[in-house]
Design a protein around this ligand. Structure first.
Ligand code: 6GU
Length: 248
């Protein structure tokens, strides 16, 4: 399984949140390792500049290939293990739970190359894609634009990290998820008090009939998926049985 994440960024302070919560505990316990690297350490000149104006013109700045090349060479060479170089970009392949699970199962580590501004010189991706010991993977969180890759890097690290054995205390919660990872959206959850501001917990959840609870949850998941993510539901349509179809 993945055991280490390295991040190269011009905002290393962004990643102080990795000290918090379950990932923080996993870091302290040594279940996961994190290396956060400031790209400017590989920049030269008085201004330690990491970007320049784009060839061909246009707005914004492009991050320099020479600076990124020195940084990634060093970070990759520092740990002799297979590595995925993950590059957050709104032009990337959508990050999915399927991909997250596949990444968690790999040996070695993930190096996240966080770009800012209008992106990183294309040759950086093309160069590392040619290396036999590196898999390059450009990913996106969804169809909207962030200022840079840092938030996406944190999302990737949390999504992959929590699947690494020992990070989440109760592995049953991951199993539950992968049942709903039949792909439907999650059904609603309730706890005490049974009545709150005139809203009651659905009676079936309090009656102790597990088969009826399962059916209610499945129907709720189907209804929520149909309303919010028709794309998700239509992909699953062929796998639905008669009871499922009756719920729609
Ligand atoms: Cl991965 N990066 C940036 N800059 N914007 C995004 C994104 C990634 N995913 C969605 N928007």
């Amino acid at each position: 399984m993945v055991a280490r994440f390295d991040v190269v960024t011009i905002f290393p302070e962004f990643f102080s949140v990795l000290d918090v919560s379950l990932l923080g505990k996993a870091g302290q316990a040594g279940t996961l390792e994190f290396g956060i690297h400031d790209l400017r350490e590989w920049a030269s000149g008085r201004h330690r500049s990491v970007d320049d104006t784009p060839y061909g013109g246009g707005a914004g700045m492009v991050m320099r290939a020479d600076v990124w090349g020195r940084a990634l060479d060093d970070v990759i060479a520092a740990q002799p293990s297979p590595c995925v170089v993950a590059v957050p970009t709104p032009a990337g392949e959508p990050l999915t739970q399927r991909r997250v699970a596949e990444l968690a199962q790999r040996e070695g580590r993930i190096v996240v190359a966080c770009g800012r501004y209008e992106g990183i010189d294309r040759r950086v991706i093309d160069h590392y894609a040619q290396r036999d010991d590196v898999d390059v993977w450009e990913f996106s969180l969804g169809d909207y634009v962030l200022n840079g890759g840092e938030v996406a890097a944190l999302a990737l690290i949390e999504a992959v990290g929590r699947l690494v054995t020992g990070v989440v205390g109760n592995p049953a919660s991951l199993v539950e998820e992968s049942h709903s990872g039949a792909g439907l959206l999650e059904y609603p959850a309730y706890t005490r008090p049974p009545s709150w501001r005139g809203l009651d917990v659905p009676g079936v959840l309090r009656e102790g009939n597990h088969a009826k609870v399962d059916r209610w949850r499945r129907d709720a998941a189907l209804a929520i998926s149909a309303a919010r993510r028709p794309d998700v539901l239509s992909r699953l349509l062929a796998d639905l049985d008669r009871d499922d179809r009756a719920a729609l």
